[in-house]
Design a protein around this ligand. Structure first.
Ligand code: DX5
Ligand code: ZN
Length: 221
């Protein structure tokens, strides 16, 4: 199984001291930093844009994993790539020309991810999976941190992992996002996820290093 990557989501961090918050989870053993971008249109919440990604970039060596929950992502991909995003992930539900969008992300020098909402079938990946670096399966409906994990996501993760293995695409990351904590981490890990996003389960804790270690050991290797 691919190495486990823990990606704390800064959505649950204190935005008034983001640099400090990011350094805290980096020292606490985080592998990636997950950045949730919301536009108040694709999802019912507004968060941050490229200037914040640019501002946090010098504060960490870790991979910046940017999750775009926005309509018309093509209009902003260049700005996020130039701001320092390493991975840029777009929702299939927001992309009319998904293949074009994926090519755009790669042409800007970032790695490309594709995100599926909980009710979106894996079949939407059929003709794009060979072109991407990461699939992100939402395990809550996107828009807010601190929501409850949707259990029907677990068989979906297993099916995705099997689809990737059957096509010889074991290098494609399987990321899960929403309601991941010590209780749900073992379920998603056993189903085949290798990147675990955790917002509340890390940033709402006083000791972030301890929170990360507990999720990591609950998930297993
Ligand atoms: C939800 C975001 C998530 C969120 C996860 O729309 O995409 O990344 O921050 O937060 P928790 O881990 O608290 O569910
Ligand atoms: Zn996210």
């Amino acid at each position: 199984m691919a190495d486990l990557i823990i990606a704390p989501s800064i959505l649950s961090a204190d935005f008034a001291k983001l640099g400090e918050e990011i350094r805290d989870v980096e020292q606490g053993g985080a592998d990636w930093i997950h950045v949730d971008v919301m536009d108040g249109h694709f999802v019912p919440n507004i968060t941050l844009g490229p200037p914040i990604v640019q501002a946090i970039r010098p504060h960490t060596q870790l991979t910046l994993d940017v999750h775009l929950m926005i309509s018309r992502p093509d209009d902003y991909i260049r700005a996020f790539a130039q701001a320092g995003a390493d991975y840029i992930s777009v929702h299939v539900e927001a992309c009319t020309h998904l293949h074009r969008t994926v090519q755009l992300i790669k042409s800007e020098g970032a790695k490309a991810g594709v995100v599926l909402n909980p009710a979106t079938p894996l079949a939407t990946l059929e003709h794009i999976v060979e072109d991407i670096d990461l699939v992100l399966l939402m395990t809550v409906n996107p828009g807010f941190g601190g929501q409850r994990f949707i259990p029907s996501s677990v068989p979906k993760i297993s099916l995705l992992r099997r689809l990737l293995d059957e096509r010889g695409l074991g290098h494609v990351h399987v990321e899960v996002d929403g309601g991941v904590n010590e209780d749900t981490a073992p379920l998603v890990r056993q189903a085949g996820a290798n990147v675990l996003v955790a917002g509340n389960a890390v940033f709402a804790q006083d000791d972030r290093g301890r929170a990360i270690s507990r999720i990591r050991s609950a998930a297993g290797t």
